[in-house]
Write a protein that binds this ligand. Structure first.
Ligand code: ZN
Length: 486
């Protein structure tokens, strides 16, 4: 079984026309403000979604919202985190879930993360989850205990392998574990809840054949991926921290119900660290996206824009750990600025009679890197070689024909804006989100050229000074002028 690789992707997908891809990614649990830990999986799978779509695949991307049944400690024990907050703030649990879902959407938009095709909520799929529990019960891999239903891991492991994704073996897990306190109604500490009977004070509850209660956390992903992508689909993604137990339990549930795995490939993004340490509330290095974008956190020397964060994440391979530090973020900010300046320079290159650069090289390096397990750092390294070449095309030490220039522009736009999903924040910010700056500045500078030709120095200076006053610096050259946003 192949996991964590895309290398044999094309041959293995179900051959529809246009070729279709089913992609399921575990989404956020909505009881707290979106933080850096949300940014990495969202951007990783956005890159995959964008690249596959750009390659002509019709992708159905399902990313869920966990708005029910996520308990403290592990999936079965403790207090529901949404409920805990709701009680503290005297709100309906769904008000909490809605508030943080909206916040999540807002920050994802700022990070350039495209919305998925379907974003199902766990609380909206209780019926599907109950039906799935019935199937697992019928197949003999679950049991009822005091109104709760548990997955029978031992019975499952006799026929299948519980732990195959993370390379665990049940016997070893059991011998390494002391008898857990609070095992409660479970026969075995490794059994996990499919349905939990609600205690009297539990607010989020639904009727079921077994009790008024709520579904176990792992169940929603099996039920919703099955509903929207079928019993078999192509790619399942999520953070590495979800591999065990969450994804292992998903595999067990789907296999128990259908007799086979649901996902053909699993892709896990690695974790982020802050100054070399795991991020955690107790360590005082827990940084929300709002704190990141405003710089209001004791560990941050400055604010970092959403695109700086996105670029920083894309500069590392998704399977490597990624360490956030001020130094590394500032380097990413500079790198992104150079790249965006080159994108502006691209519009100022004048075509020539011959081409002295090899555009095929850029296209080849981009495709090979992306096809090699989404190697975005290699793509960025190719782009930086081309930043240098674009500057050479602009200063005249290399040349390009009009047709090749058009092709280069299209390719650079596809890679930088469509696939990597980057945005020129300075230009977009100056124009209130629309790139009106470039044509407007070019028009004014043309008028300035005409004024200069007519020796109307007062108008020429007025245009230049006016642009300087709003942060656009004009640099005169022999055959015209350049400009940049400061
Ligand atoms: Zn999940």
């Amino acid at each position: 079984m192949l996991y964590n690789t895309l290398s044999r992707r094309k041959e293995e997908f179900v051959p529809y026309n246009p070729p279709r891809v089913g992609l399921y990614v575990c989404g956020p649990t909505v009881y707290g403000d979106p933080h850096l830990g949300h940014a990495r999986p969202a951007i990783t799978f956005d890159l995959l979604f964008r690249y596959l779509s750009q390659q002509g695949y019709k992708v159905r991307y399902v990313r869920n919202i966990t708005d029910v049944g996520h308990l403290e400690h592990d999936a079965d024990e403790g207090e529901d985190k949404i409920e805990k907050k709701a009680k503290l703030e005297q709100l309906e649990p769904m008000e909490i879930a809605q508030y943080y879902t909206d916040r999540y959407h807002k920050y994802m938009e700022q990070l350039g993360v495209n919305p998925p095709s379907i974003e199902p909520r766990a609380s909206g799929h209780i019926i599907e989850q109950i039906e799935l529990i019935k199937k697992i019960l019928e197949a003999g891999y679950a049991y009822e205990s005091n109104g709760s239903i548990y997955f029978d891991v031992e019975a499952y492991d006799r026929k299948f392998h519980y732990g195959k994704l993370s390379g665990r073996v049940l016997e070893e897990m059991m011998s390494n574990t002391r008898e857990l306190d609070g095992q409660g109604d479970k026969r075995n500490p490794y059994d996990f809840a499919l349905w939990k009977k609600a205690s009297p004070e539990h607010i989020m509850r639904w009727p079921s054949p077994w009790s008024d209660g709520f579904p176990g956390w792992h169940l929603e992903c099996s039920a919703m991926s099955m509903k929207y992508l079928g019993e078999r689909f192509d790619i399942h993604g999520g953070g590495m921290d979800l591999m065990f137990p969450h994804h292992e339990c998903e595999i067990a549930q789907s296999t128990a119900a259908c007799g086979h795995d649901a996902a053909r490939y699993w892709i896990h993004n690695n974790m982020i660290t802050i100054n070399g340490q795991k991020m955690g509330k107790s360590l005082g290095n827990f940084i929300t996206l709002e704190e990141m974008f405003t710089g209001k956190h004791k560990l941050l020397e400055q604010a970092y824009s959403p695109m700086t964060i996105r670029f920083f994440i894309l500069q590392a391979h998704y399977r490597s750990t990624l360490d956030f530090s001020n130094e590394a973020l500032q380097a990413a900010e500079k790198g992104l600025d150079r790249l965006m300046k080159a994108m502006e320079t691209l519009d100022k290159i004048k075509p020539a009679a011959a081409t002295t650069v090899d555009i095929d090289d850029l296209e080849k390096r981009y495709r090979e890197a992306m096809d090699d397990d989404l190697n975005s750092p290699m793509v960025i390294s190719a782009l930086f070689d081309w930043v240098r070449i674009i500057n050479q095309l602009h200063d005249g030490s290399q040349s390009i024909t009009a047709d090749d220039l058009a092709r280069l522009k299209t390719l650079m736009h596809t890679i930088v804006f469509e696939v990597l999903g980057l945005r020129d924040e300075k230009a977009a910010g100056a124009a209130g989100g629309n790139d009106l700056v470039t044509p407007l500045v070019n028009m004014l500078l043309e008028m300035r050229m005409q004024a200069k030709a007519a020796k109307d120095w007062a108008t020429s200076d007025r245009i230049r000074d006016g642009l300087t006053a709003i942060g656009i610096r004009v640099k005169d050259r022999k055959d015209g002028c350049d400009w940049e946003i400061e």
